[in-house]
Design a protein around this ligand. Structure first.
Ligand SMILES: Nc1ncnc2c1ncn2[C@@H]1O[C@H](COP(=O)(O)OP(=O)(O)OP(=O)(O)O)[C@@H](O)[C@H]1O
Ligand code: SF4
Ligand SMILES: [Mg+2]
Length: 337
């Protein structure tokens, strides 16, 4: 994998290696994540992209110990060099409560509907920082202002239902950064919002990341959403990594037909910045019995016989890592454009 965006950072904030997640079911094993590795370094934005069901959320939830007990998880996960899988539940909870924060897709599932948003933020601040109520409240106003909520000193007393979807999403981000997390994880933070608001919420996340000095993981099915902000990009397909590298390199010259398909356009810098994900014909395979070889083969315009026989390994192509038997062809074509 290419080095950190911040050259001073030597130990990743979070490192996930050879992660595998299986959900046993009455129909068989759902192989949700099949050997995924990634690192995120201080100050970086990592985008994890891919279609629905590709294993984006499960891989992050596994890293934070948030999966149900029925999930079979293997691989190594370390936070600043410490083995997360060896941590006691209490230690892990503490880590999730302060050093690592998550912004979930639907703010209504995370906000308490019968409590003013400011009080919810203040409570989080007070619990973790043992601050007096008045100070926690003024910190809540400050945070609401930071995430772009107008008249924050009045809005602090609003209930979640009194805010628009975009405002609620901002309030969630304010809550997530209240304790200056080291790592902020946003799982599809913008899907429910219209495109203009999506861009604004992403800007807010990026500002919040800068203010808290944290690293940011953004999970999305829309590459356009992260084109401006991501330093590092990881494209997932059917539980595996299709392609990963520094975002600029992958956006400019994708070497995996799936990434090229997601970009939906000729990979030119001026065209791809802000390009939205285009639908690719067909659907991803069932994870109950993923096909042998490359899982993308039935939908891939470049597929040949070897593709459905041998699983392509992740290997260096140009400046990125790509899992495709014909990556050189895709990469070469991108240069010819
Ligand atoms: N608790 C669970 N029990 C059984 N299977 C699960 C569970 N959670 C997820 N899965 C399965 O694991 C696979 C990966 O799911 P995951 O939620 O990671 O997808 P995703 O990439 O986040 O998709 P989306 O964009 O829809 O959120 C899917 O096949 C899903 O059905
Ligand atoms: S390995 Fe084959 S089927 Fe898979 S993405 Fe590459 S060309 Fe397409
Ligand atoms: Mg998900």
């Amino acid at each position: 994998m290419t080095g950190p965006a911040n050259p001073k950072a030597e130990v990743p904030v979070l490192s996930v290696q050879d992660l595998e997640v299986v959900f046993p079911s009455t129909d068989g094993d759902v192989q949700a994540v099949r050997g995924v590795s990634w690192d995120i370094y201080e100050g970086e934005v990592l985008a994890i992209a891919g279609e629905s069901g590709s294993g984006k959320s499960v891989s992050v939830m596994a890293a934070l110990g948030l999966l149900p007990p029925s999930a079979q998880v293997s691989g190594s996960i370390s936070y600043r060099g410490q083995d997360v899988t060896a941590m006691a539940d209490k230690e892990l909870e503490k880590l999730r409560g302060s050093a690592i924060s998550m912004v979930f897709q639907d703010p209504m599932t995370s906000l308490n509907p019968v409590m003013a948003v400011g009080a919810q933020i203040a409570e989080g601040v007070r619990v973790h920082q043992r601050t007096k109520t008045a100070i926690a409240r003024s910190k809540a106003v400050e945070l609401l202002h930071l995430v772009g909520i107008p008249n924050a000193s009045q809005r602090v007393d609003s209930y979640p239902h009194e805010l628009s979807g975009g405002m609620r999403q901002r309030a969630m981000i304010a809550m997530a950064i209240a304790n200056d997390p080291d790592l902020l994880i946003a799982d599809e933070p913008t899907t429910a919002l219209d495109v203009t608001i999506q861009a604004q919420v992403l800007d807010v996340l990026e500002r919040a990341r800068e203010a808290a000095g944290s690293a940011l993981v953004v999970i999305t099915h829309d590459l356009g959403v992260v084109a401006r902000t991501a330093h590092r990009l990881l494209v997932m397909y059917a539980g595996r990594i299709a392609e990963t590298g520094m975002a600029d390199n992958v956006f400019e010259r994708p070497a995996h037909p799936y990434t090229a398909g997601l970009l939906g356009a000729i990979p030119r810098l001026d065209a791809t910045k802000g390009t939205r994900l285009m639908p690719i014909d067909g659907t991803p395979p069932s994870m109950l019995a993923p096909p042998p070889g490359c899982a993308f083969a039935p939908r891939c315009p470049r597929a040949t016989e070897i593709c459905s026989q041998e699983t392509p390994e992740l290997r260096p192509i140009g400046n990125q890592l790509t899992a495709c038997h014909h990556a050189e062809d895709q990469y070469g074509e991108a240069e010819d454009v």
